[in-house]
Design a protein around this ligand. Structure first.
Ligand code: HEM
Length: 511
């Protein structure tokens, strides 16, 4: 008996400690948002959340209103789904709400990259220099050259140009935009080493094709990898793919390339100067490839598909594109020089801009998450206040909170190419909810500290791709009556959504 009591007490203490860790005792305290822990200890709602984030959050919103805390795999996450209150989160000081802590955790798990103190700053400095202003012009020019090399290489050749080529629209768009984007950022095979420009371009084409093939495999594993639920065999495959990319994008490989973008170059150099190991820098190159190439391809697919399914939108965009080419004094002629589509020309397309913004409204669905570093009071726009605990997380899912809110965007699931245009043709930025102007009316790029630094380049890439398709190709859906596919629900929260099936189309050169 003498021994039994301490063992029993020890067991009880361990049990209570365990249950505490599983979150069993956490209760909503006065002033806190409604708490919904779900039925399964520790896991909480994570299975339903993962199955369909959008549907789950809509259910919670109906049950609790626009602010609620849910338990997700051991974390307590407070969702704020009132767009008028986003400013309070976006502008909260970094001492209280931290993006990096959450991002580092994810990047480490998914890409094996371990951050060093201060290294996020390198990305910010390089992005400010090279993904905006003059740097953006240089990048846009590189993208143009690479798109033309991939899309129009056979132009003017003797091959039968009237033959239609059939392909999946998703495969085609993702393939072209990924490869051109990759070559623009990570450089080309030097002409010198290959003996001729033609041979170097062919090598770029073959290498980028192989890279895309592997990238798509990783892309498909990504949602489960990010949630940490890959079965062992797929985990091994993910590790193999990581190794492939660390090697393909390594510093050593990059050093013998031409035209490596200053954006990538400065990040590499900054990290080398910090004393980071080469193998870790190589890993980061894969992080950047992922961030820069994972969304633009799928977005270009949706944009083309929406245009093809909405003839009035296609006509308006085509007229605008033709006008811009004409005003630049260039002409597309059979066998003639390729048009030089400059950054300046891309700045004169308000209709295409609106179509791009509308496409992203319907298909970009990031989940924006911040770690709560100190207890804080969340002040909502309507005066409500909520206490949020240190150690929890705050999240915003703009897709459901704003992008498909029928009050802000009437008939929200329809594609309206001119939704972001004023009657006078200028960019529309006035959107309202309950009579009040909404500042964050579309958030495909996120907001605040973690807002996508590549957004200007990404927009140009999408526009360049559509421009070239419209100027140089005839294209049509194989089955014009085919419905727009559903989105793949497993990817909510990871950026641009992908379709759950491809759509067949055919294309051929106009000239
Ligand atoms: C349609 C295309 C794109 C979409 C929808 C998109 C969207 C986003 C979003 C929502 C985030 C923030 C994620 C968060 O807050 O957790 C982000 C981050 C990022 N994006 Fe993009 N992006 C696109 C294209 C690009 C391109 C082309 C580049 C680079 C050339 C790029 C580079 C990055 C980087 C480096 C980050 C991480 C920023 C940081 O850690 O501070 N993105 N993107």
């Amino acid at each position: 008996m003498g021994l039994l009591l301490p063992i029993l007490l020890g067991f009880l203490a361990a049990l209570i400690g365990g249950l505490y860790l599983l979150g069993v005792f956490r209760q909503r305290r006065p002033g806190e948002p409604p708490l919904d822990k779900g039925l399964i200890p520790w896991l909480g709602h994570v299975l339903e959340f993962r199955r369909n984030t959008f549907k789950f959050l809509e259910r919670m919103k109906q049950k609790h209103g626009d602010v609620f805390t849910v338990q997700l795999a051991g974390f307590y996450v407070t969702f704020v789904q009132d767009p008028q209150s986003f400013g309070a989160i976006v502008k909260e000081s970094r001492e209280k709400l931290d993006f990096n802590k959450f991002a580092r955790h994810l990047v480490r798990r998914v890409f094996g990259y371990v951050f060093m103190e201060g290294d996020q700053n390198i990305l910010h400095v390089s992005s400010n220099k090279h993904l905006k202003g003059d740097g953006l012009r240089v990048m846009t020019q590189a993208m143009m050259t690479n798109l033309q090399n991939l899309m129009l290489r056979d132009i003017g050749s003797a091959s039968d140009q009237t033959t239609w080529t059939e392909d999946g629209l998703f495969s085609y768009s993702y393939n072209i935009v990924f490869r051109a984007g990759y070559l623009s950022l990570y450089g080309n095979v030097p002409h010198k080493s290959e003996g001729s420009e033609e041979k170097a371009i062919n090598k770029d084409r073959a290498e980028s094709e192989a890279l895309f093939y592997e990238f798509r495999k990783y892309d498909q594993l990504f949602p489960n990898l990010a949630y940490g639920v890959l079965p062992p065999r797929q985990r091994l495959e993910a590790e193999r793919l990581q190794g492939f990319f660390w090697n393909a994008l390594s510093l050593q490989k990059m050093k013998v390339k031409d035209n490596v973008s200053r954006w990538v170059w400065d990040v590499q150099q900054g990290k080398e100067e910090m004393g980071m190991e080469e193998s870790m820098i190589n890993r980061y190159m894969f992080v950047l490839l992922w961030a820069s190439q994972g969304n633009t391809g799928p977005s270009s697919f949706w944009l083309l598909l929406f245009l093809m399914k909405h003839p009035e939108a296609m006509t308006a965009v085509k007229e605008e594109v033709d006008k811009v080419v004409k005003e630049s004094g260039q002409e597309v002629t059979p066998g003639g020089p390729l048009i030089n589509l400059t950054h300046e020309m891309l700045m004169k397309t308000p209709i295409l801009d609106s179509a791009v913004e509308e496409t992203l409204r319907l298909t970009a669905a990031p989940l924006l998450t911040r770690a709560v570093l100190q207890d804080l009071t969340l002040k909502m726009a309507d005066g409500r206040e909520y206490l949020i605990c240190k150690g929890d997380r705050i999240a915003v899912f703009p897709y459901s909170a704003v992008q498909v809110d029928p009050e802000i965007h009437p008939d929200p699931y329809s594609f309206k190419y001119d939704r972001f245009l004023n009657p006078d043709g200028s960019k529309k930025t006035d959107f309202y909810k309950a009579g009040k102007k909404v500042k964050y009316f579309n958030m495909p790029w996120g907001a605040g500290v973690s807002m996508c630094p590549g957004r200007f380049f990404a927009t140009n890439e999408l526009k360049q791709f559509v421009f070239l398709m419209l100027v140089y190709f005839e294209f049509e859906l194989k089955n014009p009556d085919e419905k727009i596919p559903e989105i793949d629900f497993r990817r909510w929260g990871f950026g641009t959504m992908q379709p759950n099936r491809d759509v067949q189309f055919r294309y051929r050169l106009r000239y």
